[in-house]
Design a protein around this ligand. Structure first.
Ligand code: XMP
Length: 183
């Protein structure tokens, strides 16, 4: 698997070091508040597990399954594969996603939660923010890393459901992209 990666952007130690800092910021921000973290599946599953264990607050967790990517391209629309069930009334909601690219996914999810007027505050946190040329549809409030505009996998991010289990974030090479295209 690792041989398919043309460039390692962040190894596990680097990611965990940055999550320590991010978790401290989030803890300071939400101390004394009723926080619910809503993680977007499947991509943020590893990010969620590592980040949550670094936040020493009595928070609640829920997940929302969405998809917007097909292969290495955004479909431009977001499908909710499962709707959230948690009661978010009178709670501060922090949405977690693996990567912010065009912002389509985050915009759709934030708009969905914004309809619930009983939510006290709504913010977002991403592991990666891709530096793209065009304007984004949404911005994140908490960001672990900025990355170049390349297709990356690992640490929860996939290519056609592969590579999520790589313990690093890296750029996927063209041979692997061709090998697993459409399957
Ligand atoms: P948008 O464009 O909606 O993209 O901001 C966010 C979602 O698209 C997926 N995505 C990627 N997945 N490598 C991946 O494995 C990437 O480089 C990449 N860029 C976007 C991801 O699911 C994210 O939630």
């Amino acid at each position: 698997m690792i041989k398919d990666i043309t460039e390692v952007l962040f190894d596990e130690a680097t990611i965990l070091g940055r999550l320590d800092i991010l978790a401290r910021k989030i803890t300071a921000e939400y101390e004394g508040k009723d926080l619910t973290i809503v993680a977007l599946l499947n991509g943020s599953v590893i990010f969620m597990a590592d980040l949550l264990r670094r936040i020493p607050l009595p928070l609640q967790v829920d997940c929302l399954a969405v998809s917007s990517y097909h292969g290495t391209q955004s479909k431009g629309s977001v499908t909710f594969r499962q709707t959230p069930v948690a009661d978010l009334s009178n709670r501060h909601v922090l949405v977690l996603d693996d990567i912010l690219d065009t912002g389509t996914t985050l915009r759709t999810v934030l708009d969905h939660f914004a309809q619930d007027k009983t939510i006290l505050s709504l913010r977002s946190c991403v592991l990666l923010r891709k530096l793209i040329a065009q304007p984004r549809k949404a911005e994140a409030d908490f960001i672990a890393f900025d990355i170049p505009d390349a297709f990356v996998v690992g640490y929860g991010l996939d290519y056609n459901e592969r590579y999520r289990n790589l313990p690093l974030v890296g750029v996927l090479g063209p041979e692997a992209i061709a090998r697993y295209a459409g399957r």
